[in-house]
Write a protein that binds this ligand. Structure first.
Ligand code: SAM
Length: 303
């Protein structure tokens, strides 16, 4: 695919580069804020699963008014530095990472915790949804340690078969839980965002990183009837905003000449770098042609 064809096919990818955002995801957070005023009065925020850092860019500009707030960003991947953002490289499902995050907020809780975490998608929907849910629960566990009462938690969610279980788990901790879909998130994707406002844990709840946050022993099917939680669905982003599922002409505003813009911040140490190196040296495993496969190999299997 040529450089310009991606600009044409994905308008938010193009706009992100032109507006200096590291990723198109920046628009998702901005559109969520348009709907829910997430940044109002926020001085301290945590950005979980933050790389390459477009949400951290948004937070560093919006938090504390003139960007004078505290933002802690965490990801498995290394991330290029951002002014005013404290970075931690680690796995949010690991106790050591969670402890490192929490220590930044001891005595001074956060107003907002966001998590745009996504696992490496396998294509096996049940597995992907399960992994996504585990990331969300790890993020929620961290949030229970750092969030102030009344604080807000926003997390990517996959709207799969068992999503109502996650909603009911979130409702245990927040007075309001909604499912929001920003215009910059493709309709074709099962991704949406759980917007949880009014942190209000059950009476007597003591956050504990060493124990699973919630009791998973109950049966999914018990969440039928009156115990089934249905949360409101909110489509957000201005109605006139670009449609992320459409292909646009390069001449977006029908006048000025299109000029290609390179990505704001190419990934540092991306996982595919090693594959590129191996390919260049002819060391990458190649697919065998049918005549190269030994038909007799079946005969050699242990009996
Ligand atoms: N919000 C980011 C931005 O605006 O640039 C994009 C986040 S990207 C969609 C998802 C990120 O989740 C990836 O960078 C990935 O490394 C991170 N991630 C996935 N599993 C993680 C884990 N267990 N701990 C920390 N980060 C994780």
């Amino acid at each position: 695919m040529g450089r310009t064809s991606k600009d044409k096919r994905d308008v938010y990818y193009r706009l992100a580069k032109e507006n200096g955002w590291r990723a198109r995801s920046a628009f998702k957070l901005l559109q969520l804020d348009e709907e829910f005023q997430l940044f109002k009065g926020v001085k301290r925020a945590v950005d979980l699963c933050a790389a390459p850092g477009s949400w951290s860019q948004v937070l560093s500009q919006k938090v504390g008014g003139q960007g004078s707030g505290q933002v802690v960003a965490v990801d498995l991947q290394a991330m290029a530095p951002l002014p005013g953002v404290i970075q931690i490289q680690g796995d949010i499902t690991q106790l050591s990472t969670a402890k490192e995050i929490i220590q930044h907020f001891e005595g001074c809780p956060a107003d907002l915790v966001v998590c745009d975490g996504a696992p490496d998608v396998t294509g096996l929907h049940d597995v992907d949804e399960y992994m996504q849910a585990q990331l969300l629960l790890a993020a929620l566990n961290i949030a229970t340690h750092v969030l102030k009462l009344g604080g807000c938690f926003v997390a990517k969610i996959f709207r799969g078969r068992d999503v109502t279980l996650l909603y009911s788990q979130l409702r245990i901790f927040f007075s309001s839980v909604l499912c929001a879909k920003p215009k910059s998130s493709r309709n074709s994707s099962i991704e949406a965002f759980a917007v949880c406002q009014g942190y209000d844990p059950p009476e007597g709840f003591i956050p504990d990183l060493t124990r699973p946050l919630l009791n998973h022993s109950y049966d999914f099917n018990q969440l039928d009837g009156p115990t089934r939680v249905i949360v409101p669905f909110v489509a957000c982003g201005d109605l006139s905003a670009y449609d992320s599922d459409r292909t646009y002409s390069l001449d977006l505003d029908g006048g000025s000449e299109y000029k290609y813009t390179p990505p704001t911040q190419p990934p540092i140490a991306p996982p595919y770098q090693e594959a590129c190196r191996l390919k260049k040296n002819g060391q990458l495993a190649k697919e065998l042609l049918p005549q190269e496969c030994s038909i007799n190999s079946v005969d050699k299997l242990p009996q």
